[in-house]
Ligand binder design. Structure first.
Ligand SMILES: [Zn+2]
Length: 332
């Protein structure tokens, strides 16, 4: 049994309060390996941004939960060594059972998501409440994120063919009964790098897919129901076309890629949205740079020579997100 405080981590409570009053959103970046973690910390230290390090069920399987926990501890020390102590949260992304949440809490995670959004409403309430009771009764309060509404798309073990929007009429009841600390809602974001089918989009003059706009009307209605309550957006990568083109230039194929435009996320970050999840953009940046090295230097076989440039690009991407999209730069 490890408490997150022993690892130097914090929960999301105060961070969300500050994000709400400061009208910005915290970055929630997924990581599975050392290079991703280093890039996240480098970017967040450089831009003086608090950060949520996210671990999915897939990441736990890939990298092992204990290794990831110790990487988070390492992240805290790394930030310190880089010269600026930023608040760091270690968060379970899309926990799908009480057991996985409990396991993470006892391993040293400071925040967990229990995603019961695929269950009927009452079951979602019961499961989320059970996780909150456990998390909140720890010696050091662990924060819990719940979800109402279903996002389409594929993300590690999470996939749904069809989305359905969050019903604002349910949020007061859900938050009141479960005592969650934050709520993920569905307003048109989507998991993965192909967030919409081409037939849901329009095309600009260059033939690039333009996605349907986010449902800010639903977000506003939710805010009216639970004023000042922290809202979370999943599936909020923008799928930069430069990375898609680079990947395709160097032999990849990513048909019909489309993300959420950054201006829309910037707008959302100024509202009650306090946490924005970005994973696919990092995957694209890494893949683009690794492919570039493989094609341009076919005799290269030192992993540091392709993971290094990928890490540098990731850092650039995250710094850009903090500064220009989330508004979290300078808030740590
Ligand atoms: Zn998600």
């Amino acid at each position: 049994m490890t408490s997150y405080k022993d690892l130097g981590l914090v929960n999301t409570k105060d961070l969300f309060k500050k994000a709400m009053s400061g009208k910005y959103a915290l970055p929630a970046y997924n990581f599975n390996n050392m290079e991703q973690m280093q890039a996240i910390i480098q970017a967040c230290v450089e831009t003086k941004s608090p950060v949520i390090l996210q671990v999915s069920a897939g990441a736990r399987k890939y990298a092992n939960q204990n290794i990831l926990k110790n990487m988070a501890r390492g992240a805290v020390e790394y930030a310190h060594e880089l010269g600026y102590d930023i608040p760091i949260v270690l968060h379970l992304d899309h926990g799908d059972s009480f057991e996985i949440c409990k396991d993470c809490i006892e391993t040293g995670f400071s925040s967990v998501m229990i995603d019961g959004s695929h269950f009927p409403y009452d079951e979602n309430v019961a499961l989320t409440k059970k996780v909150c009771e456990f998390a909140h009764s720890q010696k050091d309060y662990v924060t819990v994120e719940g979800e109402l509404g279903v996002l389409a798309g594929v993300e590690d073990d999470v996939s749904a063919e069809h989305s359905h929007y969050t019903q604002p009429s349910e949020v007061i009841d859900f938050v009141g009964k479960t005592k969650v600390d934050s709520l993920a809602i569905s307003i048109g974001t989507s998991h993965g790098r192909a967030k919409f089918k081409p037939e849901q989009c329009t095309r600009n003059a260059d033939g690039i897919l333009i996605p349907p706009p986010l449902r800010f009307d639903i977000l506003e209605e939710v805010e009216k129901q639970i004023p000042g309550f922290p809202i979370v957006l999943h599936g909020s990568s923008s799928v930069p076309i430069e990375y898609v083109h680079m990947i395709e230039k160097y032999g990849g194929k990513l048909t019909d890629s489309v993300g959420i435009p950054e201006e829309q996320l910037r707008k959302a970050a100024k509202s009650a949205v306090c946490k924005i999840n970005i994973d696919s953009d990092g995957r694209l940046a890494m893949t683009a740079l690794i492919r570039k090295v493989f094609i341009e230097k076919p005799d290269e076989f030192d992993p540091r020579k392709y993971l290094g440039p990928a890490r540098d690009e990731l850092k650039k991407l995250y710094a850009h997100k903090n500064q220009n999209v989330l508004g979290s730069a300078g808030q740590a």
